[in-house]
Design a protein around this ligand. Structure first.
Ligand code: GLU
Length: 303
């Protein structure tokens, strides 16, 4: 029988997006989380990040369950599926809207690229063009007219305003650097980390097709699931500054973060879901055991 959670228990989570099969990198993340949760006497939860209606597939959700079971990764609660919680994200967006921090953007991707190019193409930490501000400051009457005409739109965060308000709320003066987070280092030491949120520009908080985005759902759900320790790959470390700003603005608790090293391929590149060679499924079909995966990832003993 599952044990009842206690208030002081740490909570960890693994949060895959079901748009492909899990690979060795996901295995590393799930196993590291499980090991840390056990060592801390904590709980370990699964969250299916299936808000991308175009790419998420039921078959991948089933495969996630099978692959994790094969790996010996188990969870303390039924998984949370983001697609079933859209109302909560809308409520969070409404709160940011009431603070005057989000605005509608009617631009198509090609329009954004063209405008960004003209302005010298600044790239965000993910390598995408920083939004060139096309619809920031659009007359609200005009926005309403276009919405009424059925034009699709995304909602973007006015990052400069969000940073200013979050810094004020955090009671730490005006420097953007004051938005910090607590990062557990590789040796287990707790450090104060910081990054520049403005490097991301006005990110999308609600997509044209769903009333949320990765950044908005991740902070809402880490709070909803009572997550105290966010353990994920280093590819997400620079997004953490956005998550902290949203947590401050939405009055959500602050988890501890740990960004672990990524599993790289033979060329030193991050593994990709489109490369089936490292999927857990194909490794299993090729005769790998759970022990082989653990050995490959450098795990000793029981994860
Ligand atoms: N769903 C994200 C991914 O699969 C991970 C989100 C997170 O751990 O914050 O890359």
């Amino acid at each position: 029988m599952r044990e009842q959670p206690t208030a002081a228990q740490p909570v960890f989570r693994f949060a895959p997006s079901p748009n492909g099969f899990l690979h060795l990198g996901h295995a590393a993340s799930a196993l590291i989380n499980q090991r840390m949760a056990r060592a801390a006497g904590g709980r370990f939860l699964l969250r299916i990040e299936d808000i991308d209606t175009g790419r998420s597939r039921e078959e991948f959700i089933e495969a996630i369950g099978e692959d994790l079971a094969w790996l010996g990764v188990t969870f303390d609660e039924e998984p949370l599926r983001q697609s079933q919680h859209l109302r909560g994200y809308q409520e969070a967006a409404d709160r940011l809207g009431a603070m005057g921090l989000i605005y509608p953007c009617f631009a198509a991707r090609a329009e954004i690229h063209a405008a960004a190019n003209e302005m010298g193409m600044q790239l965000d930490p993910d390598g995408a063009p920083v939004y060139p501000g096309l619809y920031r400051g659009l007359d609200p009457a005009e926005a309403e007219r276009r919405k009424a005409g059925g034009e699709p739109f995304a909602m973007r965060l006015d990052m400069a305003r969000a940073v200013a308000l979050a810094t004020e709320r955090a009671g730490s003066g005006t420097a953007k650097q004051q938005i910090t987070w607590r990062e557990l280092g590789a040796a287990g030491q707790l450090e104060l980390a910081m990054d520049d949120p403005l490097a991301w520009g006005d990110i999308v908080l609600q997509r044209k097709d769903v009333p949320t985005s990765y950044h908005l759902s991740v902070v809402v759900d880490d709070a909803r699931q009572g997550v105290t320790h966010v353990v994920r790959g280093k590819d997400l470390i620079r997004a953490t500054t956005i998550h902290r700003i949203l947590q401050v603005l939405l009055d959500l608790p602050q988890p501890v973060y740990h960004h672990h090293d990524l599993v790289l391929d033979a060329f030193g590149l991050k593994l990709s879901k489109s490369d089936s060679a490292t999927s857990l499924r194909s490794l299993r079909e090729a005769g790998w055991t759970r022990g082989d995966v653990m050995a490959k990832l450098g795990f000793r003993g029981v994860a």
